[in-house]
Design a protein around this ligand. Structure first.
Ligand SMILES: *[C@@H]1O[C@H](CO)[C@@H](O)[C@H](O)[C@H]1NC(C)=O
Ligand SMILES: *[C@@H]1O[C@H](CO)[C@@H](O)[C@H](O)[C@H]1NC(C)=O
Ligand SMILES: *[C@@H]1O[C@H](CO)[C@@H](O)[C@H](O)[C@H]1NC(C)=O
Ligand SMILES: *[C@@H]1O[C@H](CO)[C@@H](O)[C@H](O)[C@H]1NC(C)=O
Ligand SMILES: *[C@@H]1O[C@H](CO)[C@@H](O)[C@H](O)[C@H]1NC(C)=O
Ligand SMILES: *[C@@H]1O[C@H](CO)[C@@H](O)[C@H](O)[C@H]1NC(C)=O
Length: 842
């Protein structure tokens, strides 16, 4: 056993080396409000942890805390049935007496929901640490009252891991067998032949179960092989010595026809074998040794099932996750041909696990009863010789490991913890097959990814749960016309389509998405989900490689018209969604040099300061995306800017001061360093006459106020969309701002920055962040001992589009950065003033 290799590898992991930029960036990020998802949640109901789909009936069964629901799987907001399954008061008290929490732990958490037949579900719950199972009649949606002991089928403790699968009416489960959770078990619940694992460390060592599924034998094969049930879990290693506990991801399997042994391994599995699952980078620098979930892709188009697992490293200081895929044949080979491990005692009580190189008894220990065994007259596991049984009892662990397809993870991603996985096999228009991986995160998001030519492409990231809570279960329905994903969390269940093709409005966008579900339908000019269409047409455009050159050049362009005042600031919006694209602005067909202080490029807009005649014209926002050395660019937004003659717009009714009117042009950032030359401190700086009259005043203590201006000079905002209003003033050092909205004083969301000027006055910039549903009047007043000034503006609400909360935050952040830029400028300015002053004093 290459222990030293593992040490070295883990050492590197400790060293947090190889922290290279891992993983592709999702091309599109859909915020929760940007996508149409269906939610199901009931007040006072939590822990929607168990989901079961009945595809035939279009029903989604949901097991939550103390309740089971039957929902319409096409629209989960529609509830068909609910059944409360509560713990009796007596049981609750007993549970609390044992030191468990009456409000949380001593409740009934539904952990098993499995179909027994068309009309009955087998259900189990933790039932205040006394697990029970029952039959749920689907007609009446009532329990039959069987109250079977759920020990070994359902955990006692809701915090403990569990997995189960129903195979031909018998429940196979992996869980713990006692109150303390210290006795792990993989068992078959069956009247004829209940079987379980040996309670011994070599069999199961503090496992954490994640998944179980059955794989049917090939009925056409001449091998007459048995159906096999696979279990996946992480457990403590016995084979590696390590400082502290080293976890190992495992795959184990049992055979369906196993009957246990006659004397040795009586009522125990005679076919239980387990092996290590490897998920490491080829250089072994990163070892993913915790398995979080598994999905077994069984598609008619596949020669053999493919096992997909999501992993995280044990010491996850880098926040990494990985997806590894395994061929079933690789797994089978390990169990049917691989070497076994055996324990050897070194120095008194210390045991070491090493490869077993001795003779292997016949029939092969742990093998299912197949044609070969039958030919040797072993018709059932009950006939197996003691030698074989004793061997498997002592050697359940394989020395060979299961290596992933391609010897590397399919996906490695940084800064994310993957929790669950489902995979859909999609045939693209040109006949190529893609395994689309849907991987959920512990922050309520979903990543949809494909692997392409050994590379990885994350098509999109979808925020399924608005509160960023972990996704605990993920289910895929791949029924034609009803392809949906269902995700369960502590607070509810979400139903999501598998693709958002209709969100792509141009052919280039539709193709660049590289989504095998989506294609461009030219004559309708829409991006469609190919699996929803009845027949495929020739002229659809799709290229999962991302080559959009077959898209037509002509696209309809709408342009937005703006008129702006001289000296003001323009905000030209351009929301391009792709995280892989670069935004390029063009003005009069030339690329704009946005590095110039005249411009500021925000995430979703371009700001142009101090507008003048020369700035009028056509602005185009282009999104440029590179795919394999090919660059695709498309116009995302087009703005036409036109300057308006200066007109006094905001007049203070109380003090219609001339200064206010004169200063109706608003420079932003305010009059800057560009014209600051060293002038005598006793003579005010000479200014060009386009500048506001603020600085030429000889009355040093006079209060000057510029009227409020909006970040978007259009002076109207969208319903509930955030905006910022700015006011600037100069005045004596005690000057301060007061904001009023519809006559009411505003206290929240008011910010202020003030800077002392060399002549003793202060310059104050104040702004408010707000969102309104109706037209509102805002007043900004500057109060000081030298006098007060008020200016007001009416904000009108236009359009019905609401802006999402997240977008809101981003916008605010963008503005914050713009404002901090302003701050830097003010500082700069002050320094210059001060240095000028110093020079003049002597
Ligand atoms: C159940 O949900 C509650 C509320 O979100 C959460 O605090 C708790 O940890 C969950 N319990 C289990 C066992 O998942
Ligand atoms: C088994 O063989 C029959 C006939 O040769 C064929 O029609 C069927 O598809 C095969 N089934 C499988 C699972 O390969
Ligand atoms: C897995 O199976 C595929 C096709 O069945 C094959 O191309 C590939 O080489 C196999 N990989 C491994 C590691 O055996
Ligand atoms: C389908 O298109 C993709 C992307 O261009 C390409 O990689 C693949 O080879 C094509 N498949 C077939 C069968 O032509
Ligand atoms: C604003 O633009 C004018 C020309 O239109 C220029 O003279 C002035 O210096 C600019 N002001 C700032 C602060 O850049
Ligand atoms: C300015 O406003 C404050 C508060 O509203 C008021 O107390 C003060 O008298 C006003 N000053 C002048 C000069 O109007």
């Amino acid at each position: 056993m290459a222990l030293s290799g593992l040490y070295a590898a883990l050492g590197l992991l400790f060293g947090a080396a190889a922290a290279a930029a891992f993983g592709p960036v999702p091309r599109i990020t859909w915020e929760h409000r940007e996508v149409q998802l269906v939610h199901f949640q009931e007040p006072e109901v939590f822990n929607y942890s168990t989901l079961l789909l009945s595809d035939g009936k279009d029903v989604l069964y949901v097991g939550a805390r103390e309740v089971i629901f039957a929902l319409n799987s096409v629209n989960i907001a529609e509830k068909h049935h609910e059944l409360y399954w509560k713990v009796t008061e007596d049981k609750k008290t007993k549970c609390a007496d044992k030191g468990k929490s009456k409000q949380t732990e001593c409740l009934n958490y539904v952990r098993v929901l499995q179909p027994l037949n068309d009309d009955v579900l087998y259900v189990c719950g933790t039932n205040a640490f006394q697990p029970i199972c029952d039959h749920l009649n689907l007609m009446s949606f009532e329990l039959r009252g069987k109250n079977e002991d759920g020990k070994g089928r359902c955990p006692f403790d809701p915090a403990q891991s569990y997995t189960s699968v129903m195979v031909d009416g018998e429940l196979y489960s992996g869980t713990s067998y006692n109150f303390l959770g210290s006795e792990p078990i993989i068992s078959r619940n069956s009247h004829q032949s209940p079987l379980r694992t040996e309670y011994a460390i070599p069999w199961l060592n503090e496992p954490s179960f994640v998944f179980a599924d059955v794989i049917r034998a090939d009925r056409n094969s001449t091998e007459e092989d048995d159906d096999k049930v696979y279990f996946f879990f992480t457990e403590m290693s016995v084979e590696y010595e390590f400082v502290g506990k080293l976890m190992i991801p495992r795959i184990s399997r049992v055979c369906k026809r196993d009957q246990g042994g006659l004397r040795t391994l009586q009522k125990k599995w005679t076919s239980f074998l387990k092996a290590r699952l490897i998920c490491t980078t080829p250089d072994k620098n990163l070892i993913f040794n915790i398995i979080n979930d598994v999905f077994i892709l069984k598609s008619p188009s596949l020669k053999e099932p493919v096992i997909y697992g999501v992993f995280t490293p044990q010491l996850n200081n880098m926040g990494l996750s990985a997806v590894c895929a395994y061929n079933l044949s690789t797994v089978e080979d390990v169990f049917s041909k691989g070497k076994y491990m055996q324990s050897a005692t070194v120095e008194q009580s210390h045991t070491k696990w090493v490869r077993y190189n001795g003779e292997i008894p016949k029939p092969r220990p742990g093998a299912c009863i197949n044609k070969e065994a039958r030919a040797a007259n072993y018709m059932s596991s009950l006939n197996l010789p003691d030698k074989t049984l004793q061997f498997v009892k002592d050697h359940p662990l394989m020395d060979d490991s299961v290596t992933p397809i391609g010897d590397r993870p399919r996906l490695i991603k940084r800064d994310v913890r993957y929790t669950q996985i489902v995979v859909d096999r999609v045939t693209a228009l040109n006949g190529s097959m893609y395994d689309v991986m849907f991987v959920s995160t512990d922050k309520g998001a979903l990543h949809k990814a494909i692997s392409y030519e050994n590379g990885m492409h994350i098509i999109e990231e979808i925020q399924l749960f608005p509160n960023f809570e972990p996704v605990q279960t993920l289910l895929l329905s791949s029924k034609k016309g009803k392809r949906y994903l269902y995700a369960g969390s502590n607070s509810g269940v979400v139903q999501s389509p598998v693709a958002f093709c209709d969100k792509y409005s141009t052919c280039v966008d539709c193709v660049l998405a590289r989504d095998p579900y989506c294609a461009w339908k030219s004559h309708e000019a829409s991006c469609i989900n190919i699996l929803k269409e009845d027949e495929i047409e020739r002229d659809w455009i799709q290229n999962v490689g991302g080559d959009a050159s077959s898209c037509p050049d002509k696209v309809r362009e709408n342009s937005l018209q703006h008129t702006f005042k001289h000296g003001s600031t323009a905000e030209l919006k351009c929301s391009q969604k792709s995280n892989l694209a670069q935004v390029v602005w063009k003005f009069k067909d030339d690329v704009l040099k946005v590095e110039s202080p005249k411009y500021r490029l925000l995430e979703k807009a371009l700001l142009i300061f101090n507008l003048s005649e020369g700035d009028s014209g056509i602005y185009q926002c282009l999104s440029e995306e590179k795919v394999k050395n090919k660059k695709f660019s498309q116009v995302v937004a087009k703005h036409v800017l036109e300057l308006k003659k200066i007109q006094p717009t905001t007049v203070d009714p109380i003090q219609p001061a001339a200064q206010t009117e004169a200063s109706s042009s608003i420079p932003f950032p305010p009059t800057g360093t560009s014209f600051l030359s060293c002038v005598g401190s006793d003579s005010p700086p000479s200014l060009t006459n386009t500048m506001p009259d603020v600085w030429s005043s000889t009355e040093l203590v006079m209060v000057m106020l510029l009227p409020p201006f909006l970040s978007d000079q259009a002076q109207h905002v969208s319903v509930h969309g955030t905006f910022h209003l700015f006011c600037q003033a100069t005045g004596p050092s005690d000057a301060r701002f007061v904001w009023k909205k519809n006559g009411q004083k505003m206290e929240v969301c008011v910010s202020e920055q003030s800077h002392a000027l060399a002549d003793g006055r202060v310059h104050i910039l104040s702004w408010v962040k707000d969102a309104v549903a109706e037209n509102s009047e805002y007043c900004c007043s500057v109060l000081s001992k030298a006098g007060n000034k008020t200016s007001k503006v009416l904000i009108t609400v236009a359009g019905k589009d609401s802006i999402g909360q997240a977008e809101w935050v981003k916008e605010y952040d963008s503005w914050r950065s713009a404002v901090s830029e302003h701050h830097a400028m003010m500082q700069n300015w002050k320094t210059t003033w001060e240095s000028c002053k110093k020079k003049d004093t002597p």
